[in-house]
Design a protein around this ligand. Sequence first.
Ligand SMILES: Nc1ncnc2c1ncn2[C@@H]1O[C@H](COP(=O)(O)OP(=O)(O)OP(=O)(O)O)[C@@H](O)[C@H]1O
Length: 301
Amino acid sequence: MTSPSAPVVADNRPRPGDPLDPDAAISVRGLVKRYGDRTAVDSLDLDIRRGEIFALLGPNGAGKTTTVEVLEGYRKRDGGDVRVLGTDPARGGRRWKAQLGIVLQSGAGDSQLSVRELLVARASYYAAPRDPDEVLELVGLTEKAGARGRTLSGGQRRRLDVALGIVGRPRLLFLDEPTTGFDPEARRQFWALIRSLRDLGTTMLLTTHYLDEAEALADRVGVLARGQLAEVAVPAALGGRGTAPAVVRWTENGVRRTAETATPTAFVRELAARFPGEVPDLTVARPTLEDVYLKMIGDDS
Ligand SMILES: Nc1ncnc2c1ncn2[C@@H]1O[C@H](COP(=O)(O)OP(=O)(O)OP(=O)(O)O)[C@@H](O)[C@H]1O
């Protein structure tokens, strides 16, 4: 049994030289990709488990798109070993590709076809697709089934992109900045959709610049900086968040006070004893995911 005081194992990624993990949905060892003399991905080691939602974070130019394109089989690598659903993407055939769903920032919405026609056409590429009407229901576009893409709002187009990405019943779904341009309510609805896909057993690799999205959805996050993984952890533990001191703030004698403490419960108990009622303006906060992320990527931001 783990002792309560045991340190949280935050960084559980594979080490250089470890063998590929045959049980992982995605297993990457020593991945290198260069553009001319620029190294975009620099010896990346990563395993993504089956059924997991993994969020890849990183500043512009960190190497996220390059990594994902190698995994999808769209870009050749210069070094390393990669398996995606047990197959080397450089040699993945049609049957392998049919198990992937790729949600790009696409232009599907510009088509002359209706939403339903687009989905039926896409479903016809696959041996065992989902029922297009069920997919429309899942993404909340049933009422727009007869609408042409052009008439959809930005958020509805994005849902259509997702519908097109999942109609083939993928085992692994790549989501590239899926909620860019969404209003807050549409984002929440989209998150619910992603969770329902996870409940159906779909593994997902998500790239996003929204840290709240990574926190809300991801089982684990990986931070890429200059082509290398700075850290891989559950969102609550990234950058030592789980064990970082808490910051307690309150107002006393008209002055705003701040204290850092490793034992916020005891601290607040003592504080409460000094006041007859509520402690004025009391807040207790741990570093946010954004705090630790910005610290981690340092000069790259
Ligand atoms: N086709 C290409 N030719 C040359 N250099 C490229 C090419 N694609 C990407 N790069 C370079 O490789 C590095 C990684 O780019 P990549 O697009 O993978 O980053 P990213 O993390 O996806 O960034 P963003 O968040 O801006 O999408 C960058 O320095 C970029 O300029």
